[in-house]
Design a protein around this ligand. Sequence first.
Ligand SMILES: Nc1ncnc2c1ncn2[C@@H]1O[C@H](COP(=O)(O)OP(=O)(O)OP(=O)(O)O)[C@@H](O)[C@H]1O
Ligand SMILES: [Mg+2]
Length: 365
Amino acid sequence: MELRIEGLSVALAGEEVLTKIDLDIRSGEFVSLLGASGCGKSTLLKSIAGLLEVSAGDIRMNGASVLGVPPEKRGAVIVFQDLRLFPHMNVEENIAFPMELKGIPKKVRRDRVEELLRAVQLPGFQRRRIREMSGGQQQRVALARALAADPEILLLDEPFSGLDPHLRSEMGRLVRSIHEEMHLTTVMVTHDRAEAMRFSDRIALMESGRILQYGTPDELWTAPVSRKVADRMGTTIYFPGTVEAGVFRCRDFCVKVKESGPDGDGPAENGPAELMLHPSELRAEAPESGGESGGTRFYRVRAVLPEGETVGIRLSPEESSRQDLASPADFEIRMIRQEWEKTGLWPGDRCVLRPRSFAGVLFRW
Ligand SMILES: Nc1ncnc2c1ncn2[C@@H]1O[C@H](COP(=O)(O)OP(=O)(O)OP(=O)(O)O)[C@@H](O)[C@H]1O
Ligand SMILES: [Mg+2]
């Protein structure tokens, strides 16, 4: 089912919580709502489900407005942050509940519960009491119960919160595979960036009741519309400088660039600009390594922080150039371990910065 949200505003207790939200979600798409606590993610989900009154705008499913349609007739089902399982019922009774409401015969219910328990990898758990299950298992029961309503839109409110990282990514894969098998339109709330990027077709990045950017994980990463979006999506380092003939020049280095950011994807225009780079888009090298960085600034390695496959390298400009406020002070870059080994750099060593060609995003003033 296709879902379109147009100019949606929602007020709670007299306060505007969502402001003019526009969002189009294609049939079968997996969309994440990503944002800090309190930005309105759950409110948006509840509005779609029909559990809140909207103050302006429209919600359309397959082209038709559903504002007057009660929650149970919308074809959307929501898995809440706190799951809301029925503690006095066993697993089978919980999952069968939505089917019971629909008057589906007992035999059909039983077969469907069995099938759903297999789908969420809890085969044979029919008789188990809810309080005798782990948090992760309860989350899977809640998911199965939602699917039992045979929804066209699955709304998930932080379905994996409180799980350890391993179980979290396992649940993520499970939800994604169920999404694919059942061709469900899925909207998932999360404040975990990596989770959103890994599982979503598109991400709506939210802040204070608004959408900052809506796009594919790749678009948000490589073409953020603002510094704010770039900073929310990852660690960022900014270098002020100038573009001339497709080359960005700053005190730290020279590097080939293209206009990859919000201003399009083409040759970089001449003029002052700021180059935003992620830690993995920069390399440190010993000054005598042969390759010219093209800059005049030297750095000191402050710390080498092994992370396994990658190594964090904390750098700060040499004392002589630290007065220059326009360039970044201390920051950390990330290199593949083998690449770092080749540089031979250790704390206290002097180095230059070498960004990857055509990496990063140019921001203009
Ligand atoms: N019933 C309510 N009455 C008044 N204000 C509310 C109500 N529910 C939520 N709010 C407020 O609306 C804002 C958005 O809340 P919402 O629950 O949508 O945030 P969220 O993005 O889901 O946050 P979290 O990640 O913590 O779950 C918050 O400022 C919250 O305090
Ligand atoms: Mg919430």
